[in-house]
Design a protein around this ligand. Structure first.
Ligand SMILES: Cc1cc2nc3c(=O)[nH]c(=O)nc-3n(C[C@H](O)[C@H](O)[C@H](O)COP(=O)(O)O)c2cc1C
Length: 481
């Protein structure tokens, strides 16, 4: 068993003390003084510049809000947290993707070839100026691409931004946020045939970007192959399935999909005593999901939820996003998709596992979900969510199966898959006007016994879903659209 990551998961469940607080600069964007800059067209959504729009949709500074320190009360539960330096108000800039404590560890780099919409070279995406900063001239795609990509994006995370707030817990958050970034990239890069890799030669890519691997981790690579002009499609070949089968088996051999996980992860979970012999299954209504639409309005609910009952169709939409397959180098279902249901029409409260292929819920534990969550929630806001959210989603990773498949990379892959699943669910929810909030101040491991998890299976993170509390909506100024 690889040990540093295992020890880390067993030891770090909450933020740890930040010893050298004053050492951290307040900046959450990088600068490269003196390096040549290539401006991207503004506003991104009107320019027809696909790459510029994609970068804004990933890491751009796209939203601003005026908040007052009173907005902090649900997080701190105390007026003591109001800063003496600026007790009245402050401007908060936000991005399309969520980040723990709005610390925005994520960065994007662009490896452009001659067919990219920007000069060939290695660039840093500067979100403050919506510009590319050229770090190297020349075509370096062969160091990062696994297929004939016109452009490759590299996702990195600056460790200290999260360490400044969460101490040792920064690494957990960094890995989760990498998954969130990847999920967003696959949605907003859909028109460029985006695919993602989480397994790649990290050291080479780190060197190419000129990063210090102790300070900034390279977590994912996104390959873009924009379509060529359309041609005449021809009639359907569906009447000739035998010929199609013979042809497609050659294609499958030419680019094999990811190996399946070892059996431990795909076996059904052990049933706790109070669950009936044959686990109860609930068939969900079919739901269409538009994750791209969700990227326009997703935000973290500021004041929790109002406690209105959720319909089964709404739940089905959220779960469809949660379980949607991704074009990436991970096997199908790298995490299991647990959820806790408190108040959804037609579904008995309890803990369930969502089975995406069957689009069904399987009961894993009965009992009062609100009580279970109250005991696990650390801060006032998740406590409020324990009372008023309808559904909590908790992806579960099996450390043993993932380590067997990915070696030392298992932890990173597991967290990324969990973060990606939750983000897809948040986008699905946003697309139908349902509010959500990812919360790391819930001790999810306290729910694992209730779920009946065994071996090295652990729940990774929680997101709460419901109708937004009317006091939660803050006027928000869209900076780009
Ligand atoms: C990995 C992760 C952990 C988070 N943990 C918490 C949390 O513990 N408590 C909380 O109130 N919000 C949490 N959030 C939500 C962020 O505070 C929120 O995403 C951020 O303030 C940006 O706002 P936005 O999501 O509206 O864009 C978390 C978000 C992420 C991605």
């Amino acid at each position: 068993m690889s040990n540093d990551a295992t020890h880390y998961t067993q030891t770090v469940h909450t933020p740890t003390e930040v010893l050298n607080q004053e050492a951290y600069p307040p900046l959450v964007v990088k600068t490269y003084p003196g390096a040549p800059r290539h401006p991207l067209p503004w506003p991104p959504e009107r320019s027809g510049h696909r790459l510029g729009k994609m970068l804004a949709d990933l890491g751009g500074i796209t939203r601003s809000q005026w908040l007052t320190p009173l907005d902090k009360l649900p997080f701190t539960d105390s007026f003591e947290a109001i800063p003496d330096s600026d007790p009245l108000q402050w401007l908060v800039t936000r991005r399309p993707t969520p980040s723990g404590g709005a610390r925005y560890s994520a960065e994007w780099y662009v490896i452009a070839g001659p067919d990219s919409e920007v000069p060939t070279g290695v660039h840093y995406y500067d979100p403050a100026r919506h510009a590319l900063v050229m770090l190297r001239a020349g075509d370096y795609r062969h160091w990062v691409a696994s297929r004939p990509a016109a452009t490759v994006l590299v996702q990195t995370n600056v460790f200290w931004r999260l360490a400044a707030k969460y101490g040792e817990m920064y690494y957990r958050l960094v890995c989760l946020e990498a998954g969130i970034q990847v999920a967003q990239a696959l949605v907003v890069g859909g028109d460029q045939n985006a695919t993602a890799r989480l397994c790649f030669p990290d050291v080479d890519v780190t060197e190419l970007l000129g990063l210090d691997p102790k300070e900034e981790g390279v977590h994912a690579v996104i390959e873009l192959v924009p379509p060529v002009p359309a041609t005449y499609g021809g009639p359907s070949l569906a009447p000739y399935p035998l010929a199609a089968g013979a042809h497609s088996s050659v294609l499958a051999q030419s680019r094999p999909g990811p190996e399946p996980l070892p059996a431990a992860l795909v076996e059904p979970p052990a049933e706790p005593a109070e669950v009936a012999e044959v686990a109860e299954r609930i068939r969900l209504p079919h739901a269409e999901v538009d994750l791209l639409a969700g990227t326009r309005t997703r935000h973290a609910a500021m004041r929790g939820f109002n406690g209105e009952t959720m319909s089964m169709t709404t739940l089905a939409t959220i779960l469809t996003g949660y379980g949607r397959q991704q074009p990436w180098d991970l096997p199908a279902n790298p995490v299991e998709l647990y959820c806790v249901i408190a108040d959804v029409t037609g579904i008995r409260p309890g803990a369930y596992r969502y089975l995406p292929d069957e689009h069904q819920l399987e009961l894993v534990a009965e009992g009062d979900p609100r009580q279970q969550l109250r005991e696990a929630a650390l801060a006032a806001l998740p406590q409020q969510g324990a009372r008023t959210a309808n559904v909590w989603l908790l992806p579960v990773g099996d450390g043993e199966a993932l380590e067997e498949r990915f070696g030392a990379r298992w932890y990173r892959v597991q967290q990324a898959a969990g973060g990606a699943a939750l983000h897809r669910a948040c986008l699905a929810a946003a697309s139908i006007g349902v509010a959500s909030r990812i919360q790391n101040d819930v001790l999810t491991h306290r729910l694992d016994t209730w779920f009946g998890l065994e071996g090295r299976k652990r729940s990774l993170l929680v997101a709460q879903f419901g109708t937004e509390h009317p006091a939660g909506l803050r006027p928000e100024f869209r900076l780009t659209w």
